[in-house]
Design a protein around this ligand. Structure first.
Ligand SMILES: *Cc1c(COP(=O)(O)O)cnc(C)c1O
Length: 387
């Protein structure tokens, strides 16, 4: 891997791709099997084995995974789904595309995850599901969320886009609710370029998701051109075109094989940041809750101008000038005009998420970073704050 010099821009979220992925993609292309085939089946099997439980259906994004899960639950127009305002817009858009009404509960300011007490306040007689997001890789309070779900007979779809390695009391995120949805977007902990996975305990649920994700064609439709002879298919739903390609799975199989190794490297980077930023006038991530594992997907600083002397957006600009790429996860959902206009959401309805969204900045945390890169980030942040 070429060593980055200080004069080149450090790209936020750049993935670590190794020769094994490259060779497997080439093998896929040479085999002529580019679409959904044996490598996708292998990746699904490996993913279930990694989580230690359940069944998996690969698809072409986590957004698709969330959409398919909500459709598979059989929710009806007007049904309300409670989610967090501190998330990527895809969590909310998936609810809208499933024909449901998104409802925002506020977050806990320390964990930055959806606050179970706020979920309770938002329940109405139209509420049918909860869509928690394990933000930055920190597990939501799954005991409380599942207790609420049982009490009010609600479905649960976990957005695990940040949370492949996350566990809560020894159990993997994504295996608590009816469905768990994962992302393999370029910046995520396992990447396939674009890609996603739905997981569920029941094989029947995953079969249904696979049918919905491939035009609504009856099971095993993808085998229709195999050497077993042509098979007619029947369309049983107005489905979607959300299947993963073998070229994507070829990358994912090797990324997944190194998931723990990459996690370990991000833990080292995380600890370097924690040590460096603890004495500085910025907020750092709270320690993870006992008996949980934080997936170390995002390392976020909180920039309160009263203490830091500059605001978050100024820090973004200054870091950019220092050749350091940073991210924002996220401006709270009610900041966006579409949701304000359609749902009448106001900033003061979810004050914690709005405040966090205006102060948060995510620093590079890719396992690709060398110690020199990490020290460059630390030095740049210090200089930007002192300037
Ligand atoms: C990345 C992300 C998604 C969407 O994932 P895609 O695979 O890009 O569709 C959904 N939710 C959260 C919280 C994310 O970070």
């Amino acid at each position: 891997m070429p060593v980055r010099s200080k004069d080149t821009f450090l790209v936020f979220g750049s993935p670590l791709i190794e020769q094994a992925e490259i060779d497997e993609v080439v093998a896929s292309m040479e085999s002529g099997w580019l679409g959904t085939g044996p490598k996708v089946a292998q990746f699904e099997k490996d993913f279930s084995a990694y989580l230690g439980d359940g069944h998996s259906a690969a698809c072409n994004s986590c957004t698709a995974a969330l959409h398919l899960s909500l459709v598979a639950l059989g929710l009806q127009p007007g049904d309300e789904v409670i989610t967090t305002p501190l998330t990527f817009c895809a969590s909310v858009n998936a609810i809208i595309h499933a024909g449901c009404t998104p409802v925002l509960a506020d977050v806990n300011p320390v964990t930055q995850n959806i606050d179970p007490a706020s979920i309770r306040e938002k329940i109405t007689d139209r509420t049918r599901a909860i869509l928690p997001v394990h933000f930055a890789g920190r597990s939501c309070d799954m005991d409380d969320i599942m207790a609420i779900a049982r009490e009010f007979n609600l479905k649960v779809v976990e957005d695990c886009a940040h949370a492949i390695e996350t566990t809560y009391k020894g159990q993997h995120a994504g295996t608590f609710g009816d469905f768990g949805c994962f992302s393999f977007y370029v910046t995520k902990n396992v990447c396939t370029g674009e890609g996603g996975m739905v997981v569920a305990k029941a094989e029947e649920d995953i079969k249904n998701v696979k049918i919905l994700g491939l035009h609504g064609m009856s099971a095993d439709a993808w085998k229709r051109f195999s050497d077993e002879g042509y098979k007619h298919y029947q369309v049983v739903h107005a489905g979607f075109k959300y299947n993963m390609m073998d070229i994507q799975a070829a990358i994912g199989i090797h990324q997944l094989a190194r998931v723990e190794e990459n996690f370990k490297r991000r833990c080292e980077i995380w600890d370097m940041y924690q040590e460096a930023f603890a004495p500085m006038p910025v907020g750092t991530p709270a320690p993870e809750e006992p008996d949980t594992r934080h997936a170390r997907h995002l390392y976020t600083l909180m920039v309160d101008p009263v203490y830091a002397g500059i605001d978050r957006d100024q820090l973004l600009v200054r870091l950019n000038k220092e050749n350091i790429g940073a991210g924002v996860h996220y401006l709270a959902i009610p900041e966006h005009p579409y949701y304000q206009e359609r749902f009448g959401w106001k900033l003061e309805d979810t004050p914690q998420a709005v405040a966090l969204g205006r102060q948060t900045i995510s620093l590079p945390l890719s396992p690709k970073l060398t110690d020199d890169d990490v020290n460059d980030v630390i030095t740049a942040v210090k200089e930007c704050l002192d300037a």
